[in-house]
Design a protein around this ligand. Structure first.
Ligand SMILES: CCCCCCCCCCCCCCCCCCCCCCCCCCCC(=O)SCCNC(=O)CCNC(=O)[C@H](O)C(C)(C)COP(=O)(O)OP(=O)(O)OC[C@H]1O[C@@H](n2cnc3c(N)ncnc32)[C@H](O)[C@@H]1OP(=O)(O)O
Ligand SMILES: NC(=O)C1=CN([C@@H]2O[C@H](COP(=O)(O)OP(=O)(O)OC[C@H]3O[C@@H](n4cnc5c(N)ncnc54)[C@H](OP(=O)(O)O)[C@@H]3O)[C@@H](O)[C@H]2O)C=CC1
Length: 515
């Protein structure tokens, strides 16, 4: 019997960010392994014309929750969606709902965040820092609370090369930042943002670091732990391999590469690709929830959820594996054949961007115009290149994260818990994982039918032939222009033609002699 699964039985659990990628996988695993839990409260904001109920209905009716419905048929009754906006004071939760949350919550998993790299500092602070502070204040008023698990990121201290399981202070106190956001206007915030974030690449990593400081400062008597996952990818094993439902991290780039839009990047092939499957993060999170509640460590423990030091894979190897997966599982209607060229040279990347990305987009837009359609490829390409430039920081560096707490926890688990809540990535086979990832992107993000694979393969063959034809034509035109202008080129051409003619005559003569 799993001790962790039993621990969550009968519990009232509060999850923020439950409608996000990680939150959904967390909720699914909780229901599947502890169907006797009392209730999961989720803080949800109405969105895109959908009511809370419609959002919950959509989640529960997704493929992700198919197994849950078998083991926990009354799952609908066990989810309690609470209308909340983490950007508002008291999260805009009604008095009655707040009372219920304060009275009954046993465990909190705080997953909500803005994960956009380019978010305005005011908004990023509001969600990643102030909301964390408010949630801790709520937590301090919960008499039945046993543990508060805060999801941060392994990149909150990406300005360092080696990162220990400690909270590194930022130069300006989070409280000062929170206060200043209230009275500074946007223009001034824009001006001071680069100074505040210092050598971090974006507001996301900076505000996640501030969030951790808030957790430490406001922990009081609450049992708190922080999880720091690296780049969260599709699921590895549970509830099935390859589940992914948003474009963040590598998923969007896999689409861009598979569709042939993105063919080269500024990346360091030998840099460690610290990807971590979503289900691994969730398993560690649930194990940490149990450990924190039961063992009540004296200080805030930090758990790095990374793959690099257990089972490293670099970007070069990973890109080759992705390309190999595209051979087996091609995406439909690719723009060009997938390719993966890496360079660390800024001039080379500018040349490649011009030749491999912008020029084909311009030619295609020209073709769209000629055929009376609206050009769109150049715009799309510019947005893609902007996205890639924001991710470049993470694909050109390697980090080392110490994992003593994660390893300690692994050794604390019973063999059954190690199996049910497996977070040991040493067992992960990257080739298999990447293949399932590409399959998942095709099925769940692009919603493409597997029956279309032969047609997609045919399309790629056609693109390869067009590519060869185009290159041959380009070569012949260039050569024709050259021999028209240069005596040396003409001499070389004459030499090649006469050499070929002599070779042909020789073979013809020798074959006549044999007869
Ligand atoms: C397994 C990987 C191998 C890759 C295989 C490739 C094979 C060969 C190809 C050759 C190239 C090789 C590439 C190799 C390496 C790539 C590896 C991937 C690197 C991943 C690094 C991630 C680092 C993460 C570190 C921190 C982790 C965290 O803690 S938090 C979670 C991470 N957060 C994010 O990922 C958010 C990032 N996104 C944003 O901040 C914003 O979306 C944006 C600023 C980038 C863009 O914002 P914008 O206002 O323009 O609008 P938005 O509406 O958001 O999107 C615009 C269009 O772009 C699409 N989009 C969004 N995100 C991505 C993405 N990650 N990749 C591609 N496309 C993306 C979005 O759908 C929009 O499209 P349109 O609607 O069509 O305009
Ligand atoms: N994905 C990754 O690669 C990594 C993620 N992490 C961390 O994991 C956590 C979860 O990330 P992930 O699931 O990928 O992110 P998502 O963007 O998929 O989910 C974010 C969640 O936060 C919710 N949220 C955002 N703003 C508000 C708001 N104002 N009020 C209420 N809820 C809000 C979203 O709700 P809604 O659906 O309404 O938008 C959504 O449920 C984050 O803390 C992130 O920092 C850490 C490392 C890597």
């Amino acid at each position: 019997m799993s001790m962790i699964a039993a621990f969550y039985g009968g519990k009232s659990i509060l999850i923020t960010g439950a409608t996000g990628f990680l939150g959904k996988v967390l909720m699914e695993k909780l229901f599947r392994t502890s169907p006797d839990l009392k209730v999961i409260y989720i803080l949800v904001r109405p969105k895109a014309g959908q009511t809370l109920q419609q959002r919950v209905f959509q989640i529960l009716n997704s493929k992700l929750f198919e197994k849950v419905k078998e083991v926990c048929p009354n799952v609908h009754e066990k989810i309690r969606a609470i209308s909340a906006d983490l950007n508002q004071s008291d999260f805009a939760i009604s008095k009655e709902d707040m009372q219920e949350l304060l009275s009954y919550t046993n465990i909190i998993f705080h997953c909500a965040a803005t994960v956009r790299f380019d978010d305005h500092l005011r908004h990023a602070v509001q969600l990643n820092v102030t909301a964390t502070q408010q949630l801790l204040l709520m937590a301090s008023q919960m008499p039945k609370l046993e543990a508060f698990i805060h999801i941060s990121t392994a990149f909150s201290n990406c300005n360092l090369k080696h990162i220990d399981e400690v909270i590194y202070p930022c130069p300006v106190e989070p409280k000062k930042i929170i206060d200043s956001m209230e009275w500074l206007d946007d223009a001034i915030i824009d001006e001071i943002t680069p100074k505040l974030i210092g050598d971090r690449p974006n507001t996301y990593t900076y505000t996640k670091a501030l969030g951790e400081m808030v957790v430490q400062q406001e922990s009081g008597n609450i049992n708190i732990a922080i999880i720091r996952p690296s780049i969260v990818g599709a699921t590895w094993q549970e509830p099935f391999p390859g589940w992914v439902d948003n474009l963040n991290g590598p998923s969007g780039l896999i689409i861009a590469a598979g569709k042939g839009f993105l063919r080269c990047v500024r990346a360091t092939p030998m840099a460690v690709a610290d990807l971590i499957p979503a289900d691994t993060v969730v398993n560690l999170t649930l194990a940490v929830g149990w450990y924190t509640a039961v063992h009540r460590p004296k200080s805030v423990l930090i758990y790095h959820c990374t793959s690099g030091n257990f089972n490293p894979c670099n970007w070069g190897k990973m890109a080759l594996q992705v390309l190999a997966a595209f051979e087996k599982i091609p995406f439909e209607r690719a723009f060009r054949r997938p390719n993966a060229d890496f360079t660390t040279n800024s001039i080379t990347i500018q040349y490649w961007n011009a030749v491999s990305h912008r020029a084909p987009a311009i030619i295609y837009d020209f073709y769209l115009r000629l055929t009376g359609r609206k050009p769109r490829m150049t715009k799309l390409m510019n947005r893609l290149l902007r996205t890639v430039s924001m991710l470049e920081y993470f694909i050109n560096r390697s980090w080392e994260w110490s994992t003593d707490n994660t390893e300690m926890l692994m050794s604390e688990l019973s063999p059954e818990d190690q199996r049910v809540f497996n977070f040991d990535v040493r067992q992960l086979n990257w080739l298999e994982y990447i293949e399932n990832y590409v399959l998942g992107v095709k099925k769940y993000l692009l919603k493409e039918d597997m029956a279309g694979i032969p047609k997609a393969k045919q399309h790629l063959k056609r693109l390869r032939n067009i590519h060869y034809l185009f290159n041959t034509a380009l070569f012949l035109i260039a050569w024709r222009l050259l021999i028209a202008r240069s005596q040396v080129a003409r001499n070389v051409w004459f030499f090649i033609v006469s050499f070929c003619y002599k070779l042909l005559s020789y073979f013809r003569a020798s074959s006549t002699l044999k007869v």
